[in-house]
Design a protein around this ligand. Sequence first.
Ligand code: UDP
Length: 234
Amino acid sequence: MEKIEKIYEGKAKTLYTTSDPDLIVQHFKDEATAFDGKKKGTIEQKGVLNNKISTRIFKYLESKGVKTHFVEMLNDREMLVKKLRIIPVEVVVRNIVAGSLSKRLAIEEGAVLKEPVLELFYKSDPLGDPMINRCHAMVFGFATAEELDQMEATALKVNKILSAFFDERGIILVDYKLEFGVHKGEVLLGDEITPDGCRLWDKQTHEKMDKDRFRRDLGKVEEAYQEVLKKVMS
Ligand code: UDP
């Protein structure tokens, strides 16, 4: 499937139309940003690694009955996906306290949550993706009650599937962000599932294997992503 026209360029990905109006090409870049774009850099080979990691995870989720936008991997940096009307609500799923939750409630990073915690954020670059709740999402028309129900149910299902998947491979799935969109009237999981948007810790050492290595200047960022790819392919 050939790329025709660039329709969106984001921080880590570029999207292109194809000859099929229902399908688009998602191209993964090496650029990395953090702290609402205030920190910028490049992680060598990140685009290739994330394309492969996300492909593996989307295929695995599909095999377990989760409907995603994934169609096929096209080459090292590109996958073909179904065109979505993106729902502007990000769903964060947390199994362990880290990042903004740790700061917001002053709870030590690493505390194990007795149930997964779901959080909603309004997808808006100018506002820095503020946290919202179901009422905000519905009243301001970001998503319908039915869409939110489906997104939350899918997020919890994905959490069960991926927590076990990573655990079997020696990795703790700490937290991650999911995005959804509507394709032909159906809510599908979209975007990507990669170490850019997931916190992944080594089960034995609790060493970080995700974008926190870039955010916090911990070094060995590419190596960590390589290790994640190796483990998810096993
Ligand atoms: N996350 C993301 N994109 C965002 C915000 C968060 O991919 O715009 C991911 C992040 O990588 C982490 C999880 O969602 O795995 C929870 O992030 P958190 O709210 O703790 O924010 P952060 O500490 O990254 O600012």
